[in-house]
Structures are given as structure tokens and as C-alpha cells.
Write a new protein. Structure first.
Length: 364
């Protein structure tokens, strides 16, 4: 439905986007995910027509939009500050785009009612914007964006101004709304959406696919679960909150993949690409890859010996920090039931790493 082909953009002498390409299918929610300043909002503005690319193409349904002005693209926009009209009530805010399209009063009335029901605000038609909570204002802004039936919805940090608790409450709800099948439509459920965020939990909860960006380039594209389980490189791993990265060298390929690290030989069950004996690599140990080593483990592979630095009990999980012989401390999350079996901070601790939980990444 949407195809971005080798988009590049600079502001003055500062390059912002470097030949960025990706696609979005009909009814798909694609999240542009990355740290602040990586170019994701600039890319969204180019798709919307608010910025002009220096090079590349934006195609929608096979049509090149580079020369099409923003008001002729038929896209919906929703921003972090919601941009609601404070002097208008909820009904008039949602009806605004329909009136601009010169729809009849009956069509506007029915469409506004449908949108307010979709976002759970039936009965709020006469409320003023200042009388609404942040979450309710967010729903009004979304209803206003969806009311004109946009061919593509562009959302730039739409939950960014809400507090963490409210954001978490609205994540799943927002996905359900975007995936809502239009009444009487034969199209796949939902509206094609490009969603910008720097919050990986938000992206994973809402997106069908994530596009991870860094310094104006795409680092990885894929479904949230696949990206989390198999980051493409150390940058993606760190951005997703996985900091247990152990440099090493491939010591064996068959029958098992064995990597020599400063903490000993580690058997790895995952790899991002073909590797050969002697290749320099990085072993990624996700937070959930460790368990308490049984006393009978001896000196088997995939054992970590260290000093327990900190313990943080979090109900169903317990977060631990382990000081090891080389490199930065490692952080793991054990089941909450393991809390009773942990020694006091400062005491030695042995952990076993699940080979199938370890990923092999290219060396930095």
C-alpha cells in the first residue's frame, strides 16, 4: 500500500535520512522506532507531504506522491499534542474534517456518532476539550483523524504527552481501534498506519512490524517478536534494553556453535548469519536467558560465576545484577520464585545460560 524508496534528506549540511526504504501493507500498522534525533519524525513528515525529500520516492497504491501537496494526499495526521480546537466541543472537533470535505449534516452526524462509539466516548458530544482528561483528549484526536476515512493514518508520538500508567492503558486499546474493520468494507481489517515512537514497549504493543532507525538509517525491520528474539546487531539489542553483550570468537561450528569469551566458552543456539571458525562475534544474553545453576552443575559450559551486586524483587520477576570477572556487570531477570534461593548481595552466585536463549550478533 505504501512504499518508501531510498528517501534521503538533509537540513543544510546535516544529513538526516540516508536512502531509507520500507513498505507497509494494506491494513498494516508499521512503527518507526528509534532514539530521538534518528530521523523518524522527518520521515513521517515527508510521507505526509509536510517536508520535501532531497531524493527518493513515496508511493501510495502505486502512485508517486512526491509532487502531490499535503492536502491532496488524503492522509490523516495525529500528533503528540493532539492539536484539538479548545473553543470547540467534542462533536465539532471530530466533525471538522468532514465539514472541510463538505459532507452533508446527516453524513457528519452519523460518522461522528460512529467514531465516538469506536473510541468509547458516546455521550461526550457536548463536552468542551478542557473538561476532558488527557486520555479522553487523545481519543477525540484519534476520532477526528479517522472520521474522514483517510487512506493512510500517520501518528507522531500520539501517547507521548500522557503519563506512563495512562500510556500503558491505551496501548492495546489504540491497536484495537486501528485494527477495527470499517463497517461494510471488504478491505482487510483496519487502516494502514505509520506510527512514530521512541518507546519500544509502545511499538511492540501496537505494531504489526517495527522499523528500527538509527542516525537516519534503518537497522532492522520485522515483527516485534522476531526483532526482540533476534536483534540484527548490538545497537538494536542495546536500544531494546538488552545490555548483556559479550565479545568473543567462534571456537567451533559443528556439532554445536561454541564461542570463546572472557567468561569462558559459551554454546549458542541462535545466529544472525553464517559464521566461520575464528570469526569475531558478540554473544547476546537476554535478561531471561539465565537461571540459577544447580550445585551439581560442576564446570559445564554456559556457567557464569560472579558476585551478586543487587537484587530487585518485582513480583513475578526478580532482577539481579551480577559482577563478573571481565566487562560490565550483567543484568538478568529470574522468576519471582527464585528470590528465596538467592544469596545476599556481595556473595558469590552461579548462573546457567540457556544455549537456545543466546543470540550471536556481528562484531561491532
Amino acid at each position: 500500500m505504501l512504499e518508501i524508496r531510498t528517501i534521503s534528506k538533509s537540513f543544510g549540511v546535516t544529513p538526516v535520512l540516508h536512502e531509507v526504504s520500507f513498505e507497509a501493507g494494506r491494513g498494516e500498522i508499521v512503527c518507526l522506532l528509534g532514539p530521538s534525533g534518528c530521523g523518524k519524525t522527518t520521515l513521517l513528515r515527508i510521507i505526509a507531504g509536510l517536508e520535501q525529500a532531497d531524493a527518493g520516492q513515496v508511493l501510495f497504491a502505486g502512485r508517486d506522491l512526491i509532487e502531490t501537496p499535503v492536502h491532496q494526499r488524503g492522509f490523516g495526521l495525529m500528533f503528540q499534542d493532539f492539536a484539538l480546537f479548545p473553543h470547540r466541543n467534542v462533536y465539532d472537533n471530530v466533525a471538522f474534517g468532514l465539514r472541510m470535505a463538505q459532507q452533508s449534516k446527516a453524513v457528519i452526524r452519523d460518522r461522528v456518532a460512529e467514531m465516538l462509539e469506536l473510541v468509547g466516548l458516546t455521550g461526550y458530544e457536548a463536552r468542551r476539550v478542557h473538561e476532558l482528561s488527557g486520555g479522553q483528549q487523545q481519543r477525540v484526536a484519534l476520532a477526528r483523524s479517522l472520521a474522514p476515512r483517510p487512506a493512510l493514518l500517520l501518528l507522531d508520538e500520539p501517547l507521548g504527552s500522557l503519563d506512563r500508567t495512562l500510556r500503558e492503558d491505551l496501548m492495546e486499546e489504540l491497536r484495537l481501534i486501528l485494527k477495527h474493520a470499517p463497517v461494510g468494507s471488504d478491505a482487510p481489517a483496519g487502516i494502514t498506519s505509520i506510527y512514530v515512537t521512541h518507546d519500544q514497549q509502545e511499538a511492540f504493543a501496537i505494531a504489526d512490524r517495527v522499523v528500527i532507525m538509527n542516525a537516519g538509517r534503518i537497522e532492522q525491520v520485522g515483527p516485534p517478536l522476531a526483532v526482540y528474539r533476534q536483534p540484527a546487531n548490538p545497537f538494536v539489542a542495546r536500544f531494546l534494553g538488552m545490555h548483556n553483550l559479550l565479545p568473543g570468537q567462534v571456537a567451533a561450528v559443528l556439532p554445536d556453535l561454541l564461542v570463546a569469551t572472557a567468561l569462558g566458552a559459551l554454546r549458542c543456539g541462535r545466529r544472525t548469519a553464517r559464521v566461520a571458525l575464528g570469526d569475531n562475534v558478540v554473544v547476546l544474553a537476554p535478561p531471561d536467558a539465565a537461571s540459577l545453576a544447580p550445585p551439581s552443575a560442576g564446570e559445564a559450559q554456559n556457567l557464569l560465576q560472579g558476585q551478586l551486586l543487587a537484587v530487585s524483587f518485582r513480583g513475578s520477576q526478580v532482577k539481579i545484577t551480577l559482577k563478573v570477572a571481565a566487562g560490565a556487570p550483567l543484568v538478568f531477570e529470574l522468576p519471582g520464585s527464585a528470590a528465596d534461593d538467592l544469596p545476599d548481595p556481595g556473595q558469590p552466585l552461579r548462573l546457567a545460560l540457556d544455549p537456545d536463549g543466546l543470540s550471536l550478533l556481528p562484531a561491532e
